[in-house]
Design a protein around this ligand. Structure first.
Ligand SMILES: NC(=O)c1ccc[n+]([C@@H]2O[C@H](COP(=O)([O-])OP(=O)(O)OC[C@H]3O[C@@H](n4cnc5c(N)ncnc54)[C@H](O)[C@@H]3O)[C@@H](O)[C@H]2O)c1
Length: 318
């Protein structure tokens, strides 16, 4: 198949590109390198350095006529969306609509859209949270992701454009940049390697920090492979079903770094603490039964193993 991956120079998108190319597909990447990096671009893919909001981006879709549009490009920081909701909406909604309009005109068969299970449900009362739980987005980022899901249903209804939405949990692994909340694994690893004390954001009632569902990027790649042929016109949580507190995650990374033989100053076993930021959720963890059944997918990498793989990659970067 011919697949156009937006955000294919970013952390997750570039891993997905490698997975698609490894499976024998032809891949085109569109990325403006806002947070993505040229070194992440697979040399076997055709690369367009373009903003998804531009007329040129639409023209590339018309010229390339991909079978599948896999949409990873996004403004993906919750705090940045709180600081500037207009920019978040411009990239995440207007940019997406630019691509969808071009996709319809160019005969794209299916859109694989990347949403956020860690954001759209809001502070869910059902935990772990299934897809049947009604989303209550609590940040501009969560709102634009959920809004985009509605546009997909509209384009399906109006033009017959098929879609599969993947609502990711917190993804971690090689190529993650230490920025934003989603990058907490990369941030802690980076800090431990560089002897910098890490900060734990917490709510007053729980000093061990917030609960998140950490999913290894290799498992996320498998979900994107499955979504090429399965799960049409439906949405799926992609996570592990296991919640981990930030404090426990830090300890696990601390132990992984120690296992790798890195010297860590004793005081680094403790974290500094500060109260949660606007838009932060106390708890987020996803049920994955629907993806297991319909996508024939399941996560295979346990947290300790995923942290070791990530650390191995990180230490090779030095
Ligand atoms: N990292 C996570 O845990 C997580 C969780 C849920 C959902 N997601 C979603 O997964 C996707 C990929 O996230 P990531 O963690 O790899 O982040 P990332 O920042 O590494 O990747 C985003 C990519 O999009 C590109 N991009 C941004 N704005 C663009 C624009 N206007 N035009 C073209 N390209 C643009 C960036 O340069 C970057 O390469 C995003 O849609 C994000 O919302 C990520």
């Amino acid at each position: 198949m011919k697949i156009l991956v937006t955000g294919g120079a970013g952390f997750i998108g570039s891993n997905v590109v490698d997975g698609y190319i490894g499976a024998g597909h032809e891949v085109v990447i569109m990325d403006n390198l806002y947070t993505g990096k040229r070194v992440n671009v697979n040399p076997e893919a055709r690369f367009y350095k373009l903003d998804i909001r531009s007329p040129e981006a639409a023209a590339v879709i018309s010229r390339e006529r991909p079978d599948i549009l896999n949409h990873h490009a996004a403004q993906m920081s919750v705090p940045a969306s709180v600081a500037d909701p207009g920019f978040d909406a411009d990239v995440n909604i207007r940019g997406f609509l630019n691509l969808l309009e071009a996709a319809v005109k160019s005969g794209v068969k299916k859109v694989i859209f990347i949403s956020s299970g860690g954001a759209v449900y809001g502070e869910a009362e059902e935990y772990p949270t299934p897809e049947s739980y009604p989303p209550k987005p609590l940040s501009p980022y969560a709102i634009t992701k959920y809004c985009s899901e509605h546009y997909l249903a509209y384009y399906r209804h109006q033009y017959g454009l098929h879609y599969t939405t993947l609502r990711y949990a917190n993804v971690y692994g090689p190529r993650q940049i230490p920025h934003g909340e989603a990058g907490v694994v990369a941030i802690f690893m980076n800090n431990l390697i560089n002897g910098i004390q890490s900060m734990l954001n917490h709510f007053p009632e729980d000093e061990r920090g917030m609960v998140r569902d950490y999913c290894f990027v290799g498992d996320v790649v498998s979900a994107n492979l499955a979504a090429l042929t399965r799960g049409s016109d439906d949405f799926f949580n992609i996570g592990t079903g296991q919640g981990t507190r930030t404090g426990d995650l830090y300890d696990a990374i601390f132990n992984a770094v120690k296992r790798a033989g890195q010297a860590i100053p004793e005081e680094m076993s403790q974290m500094k603490k500060q109260l949660a930021r606007p838009g932060d959720l106390k708890k987020s963890c996803l049920t994955i039964r629907k993806a297991v059944q319909s996508l024939n997918w399941q996560p295979r990498i346990k947290l300790a193993e995923g942290l070791d793989k990530t650390l191995k990659w990180r230490l090779n970067q030095i």
